[in-house]
Write a protein that binds this ligand. Structure first.
Ligand code: 4AD
Ligand code: MG
Length: 448
């Protein structure tokens, strides 16, 4: 480890108190003043008489300039010895400079090392994905990762704002559950004082229970699926947003979805321009995301697919290649509605006009991102729901409470689940979902 100056010795604290500490994002308010920025070293460059030091403080990145003839030799030497990701304090005058990244530069007069760094494993070169994921705790500091996670944070905030603005009540649903939410095949089990508990695959059954209490509700939390697929769109732990609305039918449900998704895109466009630039995202594709979104029935989708040469038969669920084929000519998200009963979960309401199907929809994102939402009107008839639970071989005992909702003032209701990481993957235009969550959990990855 290189030597470093202790950070919070009392004399040190007094020293820092006499300086004007400024976050990089606020430098514009201090042009012409001498300020100090604390940050991590991203790069150092020297050209004999002039040297550059690029620091990142989490609010931005700043290029600082050292002129050898104008600073003490010890500062010049310290600059020469700095390793990547050392923590430094740089003092100097703020100058406006349109060519500098961020629009400002600092003319360095003082520099101190607050904390040194060992040789940093992530260099400005191509690294393999496994290597980067092994170093995810450090990889987070890289510009593309920061930009993606900033967009994620903006979208998360927009989600809460959207529902808050429409009078929804947020309901936090349990993570440890006794009933299977979706499919028996992808459950994480854990012991629970002599019983078996499952990590929640969905909060849906619980938001349904909250509807008669609050009418319009949503949950937003981590959900878990023991997916044995290593694809660009599967995580074993992902975040899902699940609104549920009393008195809403399947049509109302799709309208809410398109308004919701277009709002999220609009918010990202409004507040993430810098991030989109770093990500080199073609934002014209996002500007096209306006309601209404086109809709086709599952049956029409299968016909279209067969015309395109797909062998998918009526009754089968649509796979990723089918979704891609359906989206070939679409530049907005596409609803596919009313799938066959056998392809979907037990709680979906039978379609009265065609009982082979259920009142449900998937929403497919353009540009190859596939399904971002699954939603449905719920089966509100007690006996039909019980029959479906039995047909699926689910343990009846575990659904007693859920069936109660159909015994005490049953009501038409609908809801959906939007996968946060898939949605942010599409909005950022990044290829793989694993970069859309700070610490991805994948089939073969539990660390860091
Ligand atoms: O279609 P799904 O399985 O629907 C449900 O869980 C319903 N209970 C939702 C509801 O009606 N309240 O999942 C919903 C969404 C998918 O469209 C997808 O975006 C995301 O959750 N998702 C995943 N995201 C990442 N990794 C996985 N393994 C995912 N599985 C589903
Ligand atoms: Mg689905």
């Amino acid at each position: 480890m290189p030597p470093s100056t202790p950070l919070f010795l009392s004399c040190e604290a007094t020293f820092f108190n006499s300086l004007l500490m400024v976050d990089i994002e606020r430098l514009g308010e201090h042009v012409g003043e001498t300020v100090t920025v604390r940050g991590w070293v991203e790069a150092t460059r020297g050209h004999g008489k002039v040297a550059f030091l690029v620091v990142r403080d989490g609010t931005g990145t700043l290029q600082t300039v050292l002129v050898k003839s104008q600073i003490e030799e010890t500062i010049w030497d310290l600059h020469g010895s700095l390793s990547q990701e050392s923590l430094v304090a740089v003092t100097g005058e703020v100058k406006e400079d349109a060519r500098a990244p961020g629009g400002y530069e600092l003319g360095v007069t003082a520099l101190s090392l607050l904390s040194g760094a060992d040789e940093y494993p992530i260099q400005a070169k191509e690294h393999g994905v496994d290597f980067l994921l092994d170093h995810r705790h450090l990889w987070l500091r890289s510009s593309l990762q920061r930009a993606s996670l900033k967009v994620r944070a903006e979208v998360s905030q927009a989600i809460h704002d959207f529902f808050y603005g429409r009078g929804f009540t947020r309901i936090d649903t349990p993570i440890l559950t006794g009933s299977i939410g979706e499919h028996a095949g992808t459950l994480f089990e854990t012991g629970y004082f002599g019983e078996t508990a499952y990590l929640a695959q969905t909060g849906q059954l619980y938001v349904e229970a909250a509807c008669p209490a609050f009418q319009k509700v949503y949950c937003f939390g981590p959900t878990f699926r023991a997916e044995k697929s290593k694809t660009r769109r599967h995580l074993t732990e992902f975040w899902m947003i699940e609104p549920e609305v009393a008195f809403a039918d399947s049509d109302d449900n799709m309208r809410l979805q398109e308004e919701f998704v277009s709002y999220l895109v609009e918010r990202a466009l409004e507040n993430c321009a810098d991030e989109f630039e770093v990500l080199e995202r073609d934002t014209t594709a996002l500007e096209r995301i306006k309601t209404p979104f086109p809709r086709i029935s599952y049956t029409e989708a299968v016909e279209q697919l067969n015309q395109k040469g797909s062998k998918t038969e009526w009754g089968q669920d649509l796979g990723a290649p089918d979704e891609a084929a359906l989206m070939e000519d679409q530049d907005r998200p596409l609803f596919v509605y009313n799938y066959p009963k056998g392809a979907k979960a037990f709680y979906m309401k039978e379609n009265p006009d065609d009982p082979r199907t259920v009142l449900c929809n998937d929403l497919l994102a353009p540009e190859g991102y596939g399904e971002i939402i699954g939603g449905s009107q719920r089966e509100d008839d007690h006996d039909r729901l019980l029959a479906r639970i039995r047909e699926e071989g689910l343990p009846e005992e575990a659904y007693k409470w859920y069936l109660d909702l159909r015994r005490y003032g049953t009501f038409p209701h609908s809801g959906f689940g939007l996968g946060l990481e898939r949605t942010v993957g599409w909005i950022t235009g990044r290829h793989h979902i694993r970069e859309m969550i700070p610490f991805p959990r994948l089939m073969n990855r539990l660390y860091p």
